[in-house]
Ligand binder design. Structure first.
Ligand code: RP5
Length: 162
């Protein structure tokens, strides 16, 4: 079974992480969800990244806010794909988190979704896994078909109102 690691820099990030957990579970993917901080628990961050492959992880999602270095640190220590999930902040609306995650130096990419984009982080992980697992790819096709049907229904309903 495929497995995704989901890390967050603080328990306060959990609400943003929940949609990623939900969509991954919905698709039948195992998740390991941890609070690990690049700054407050650097040894745990290092150990997680160093052992991620051996522990069956195939993609890692890293949620963090403010000086959001978690994704970059994890990406520096593994060749697994790392998805950065910037968390909205009170002071800068999450722009601080976004730039901290997305502006990585050449050589250490972190695939970054939008601020508070938990569901997209989960979906991007699924799309990566879908290359290897046909059952996930099949569910992604259905997901997109359902989304298309909903937008088309919304469009039809709107036309009827005008
Ligand atoms: C970051 O600092 C965390 O990812 C969190 O978004 C932010 C604030 O953490 P707390 O002060 O709420 O624990 O490391």
């Amino acid at each position: 079974m495929s497995k995704v690691g989901i890390l967050m820099g603080s328990k306060s990030d959990f609400d943003v992480v929940k949609p990623a957990v939900a969509v991954l579970k919905k698709f039948g993917v195992e998740v390991e969800v941890r609070v690990i901080s690049a700054h407050r628990t650097p040894d745990e961050a290092h150990a997680f990244a160093a052992n991620a492959k051996a522990n069956g992880m195939e993609v890692i999602i890293c949620a963090a806010g403010k000086a959001a270095h978690l994704g970059g640190v994890i990406a520096a220590l593994t060749t697994l794909p790392v998805i950065g999930l910037p968390v909205k902040t009170d002071m800068m609306g999450g722009l601080d988190s976004l730039l901290s995650i997305v502006q990585m130096p050449s050589g250490i990419p972190v695939a970054t979704v939008g601020v508070n984009g938990g569901e997209n982080a989960g979906l991007l992980a699924l799309q990566i896994l879908g290359i290897k697992y046909p059952e996930i790819e099949k569910q992604l096709v259905e997901y997109k078909e359902n989304m298309k049907a909903k937008i088309n229904a919304d469009d039809t309903a709107l036309q009827a109102m005008l």
